[in-house]
Design a protein around this ligand. Structure first.
Ligand SMILES: CC(C)(COP(=O)(O)OP(=O)(O)OC[C@H]1O[C@@H](n2cnc3c(N)ncnc32)[C@H](O)[C@@H]1OP(=O)(O)O)[C@@H](O)C(=O)NCCC(=O)NCCS
Length: 154
């Protein structure tokens, strides 16, 4: 019997040419999405920006900043049709591996208290809450706090 190999998503460096698709996903999943300029700035700054594609289709992406032995996950996103299929977890594993490879001892990230889904993902991955940044995010009326989470990398 011949096995049928399921195509697997691939990680690749994010480029300017990806940004129209990235922005389309961003606009679909966030109340206050990053702008094209935010991504262009991240690319120009040399942050670790990656896409996650399956047969050309953009499933997700992340932006990771690594400096001075610490990593900061600035953006982690999965397109609506691809959520709850393990891609967010896969991207977290990829981001952790990159961070570890660049000498980071830990990863930090911010998440909205109202974003229960993302918190569930991070908690399951081993992140723990270490702080609250008051009024960190823009919100529909005023500002929303950020929970600061961290994961130690062995
Ligand atoms: C948060 C996000 C990245 C998760 O990606 P994903 O591909 O759906 O995550 P996974 O399929 O790997 O989920 C792994 C586990 O995390 C938890 N989880 C993920 N999304 C969840 C949700 N919406 N509600 C409850 N639990 C959730 C579950 O335990 C899930 O396992 P299960 O599906 O077997 O129950 C994705 O929903 C997303 O892009 N959301 C919009 C953008 C966002 O909020 N980004 C994070 C900003 S800090």
């Amino acid at each position: 019997m011949s096995a049928v190999l399921k195509p697997a998503p691939a990680l690749a460096p994010m480029r300017e040419a990806d940004l129209a698709e990235v922005i389309a996903v961003e606009d679909a999943i966030y109340s206050h999405p990053w702008t094209r300029g935010n991504f262009a700035d991240s690319l120009a700054a040399g942050y670790e920006c990656r896409t996650w594609r399956l047969e050309g289709e953009l499933l997700g992406y992340f932006v990771l900043m690594v400096a001075a032995g610490e990593a900061h996950l600035l953006n982690l996103s999965v397109a609506p049709a691809w959520q709850r299929k393990g891609h967010g977890s896969a991207l977290l594993r990829e981001a952790s591996a990159i961070a570890r490879g660049l000498g980071a001892r830990g990863i930090f990230l911010e998440v909205r208290p109202s974003n229960a889904g993302a918190q569930a993902l991070y908690t399951r991955f081993g992140f723990r809450k270490i702080a609250v940044r008051r009024g960190y995010y823009p919100a529909h009326s005023g500002r929303e706090d950020a929970l600061v989470l961290t994961l130690a990398l062995s």
